[in-house]
Design a protein around this ligand. Sequence first.
Ligand code: FCB
Length: 453
Amino acid sequence: MDFPENFLWGTATAAYQVEGAVNEGGRGASIWDTFSHTPGKVRHGDTGDIACDQYHRLEEDLDLMSELGILAYRFSVAWPRIQPEGSGSANQNGLDFYRRLVDGLRQRSIEPMLTLYHWDLPQALEDVGGWTNRDTSERFAEYAAIVHEALSDSVGFWITLNEPWVSAWMGYGLGVHAPGHQDSARALAATHHLLLSHGLAMERMRSAGDANQLGVTLNLHPARPSRDREADREAARRVDGQANRLYLDPLFHGDYPEDVFSYYGERGVDLTFVQDRDLDRISVPIDFLGINYYFRNTVRDAPEEQGQSIPFADLGARSVIPHEAEKTAMGWPVEPDGLTEILVRIKEDYEDLPMYVTENGRAVHDYIDPEGDVDDEERVSYLDAHFRAAHQAIAQGVDLRGYMVWSFLDNFEWAEGYSKRFGIVFVEYGAQRRVPKSSARWYSDVIRRNGLE
Ligand code: FCB
């Protein structure tokens, strides 16, 4: 099973999850520093203070990537390293760190794929409303322009936002992520300002006139009814509206989904945050779409759950785990065919544009065995099945150009702290020893062959 020529096989991480060194190089505080240091928010009270210490172990990590034959590295820039207070002039020390990272990748012929925002909003901006404040979109565009100017000569792939649904709904709607608010109205305003920030940043970067590829990454989950009932079909449509169409429609069609807006409008949510021309700016053409795929939403109508702090409770819906599904250490169902489905849907319902899987992978209860190995068979079979699902989409005409496995290293898994391991490389925290798992060796072979047997 061969993949297209020049298929970009890579791995991904995000700044707060791997860097550590939160008080070094002039870095300011982010909402994740505040949140993780708030008792009760993250499992075991874990924080990203040290994480994988990649800030100090850059060379070692880059060498390991190179040994494994990885062709691309998707990483994110920590906004508070560049603008410690979220605005104003650039902190040169912060830019220097990413210059070292990018040059180190280039020297090893690894393609850098840079994400500008992977959830670490400067705390100073949250103090004045964060993503519920329209001004944050302007601040983001300014930040994007600074990073772009500093690194556009060496970075070919630019992703404005990682998973705006998660930033908005987990952060401002459910409160299980930073900054921890529980209010659907705020989540909707945050959604709009995130999308607007993407559009404004695109404008700024595009005006530089280089040949770099600019895009955005969405977490997309196909939604289907859990039972053959009208109520479940309607619930699945509501979930699809909030999780997928609320992002895809404005980006590709320049419009918000009518059903989602009227649902919240009827419940008294003030939707006046959308101003003239915003949608034109949000729907500015992108060169590629990044897709993070983990699982489907299998949806049941659940009016009794209104008001609870679980995803989609405000829609009177619940995403359930199908009985037959294998579950990962996160409790997420393994559903590779959902990946084919979502890729094909983008091409058919939205646009036939280049796409990259910018994240996919699974958590396993990994451990170092007495021989010193980490044998993560479950991850190998998960990735194998998802690569096949991606190949299936390519066979159906999808212009898929690359695949970034989440993650290169075990890391700080947000509200789950270090309890969940997603890496193809095991991290022994404390000693900070890296041990490539069986999946890393297997992935090296896939990359070398550019395909599966
Ligand atoms: C995604 C995030 C990523 C990681 C994976 C497991 O939602 O983008 O940082 O936590 O989930």
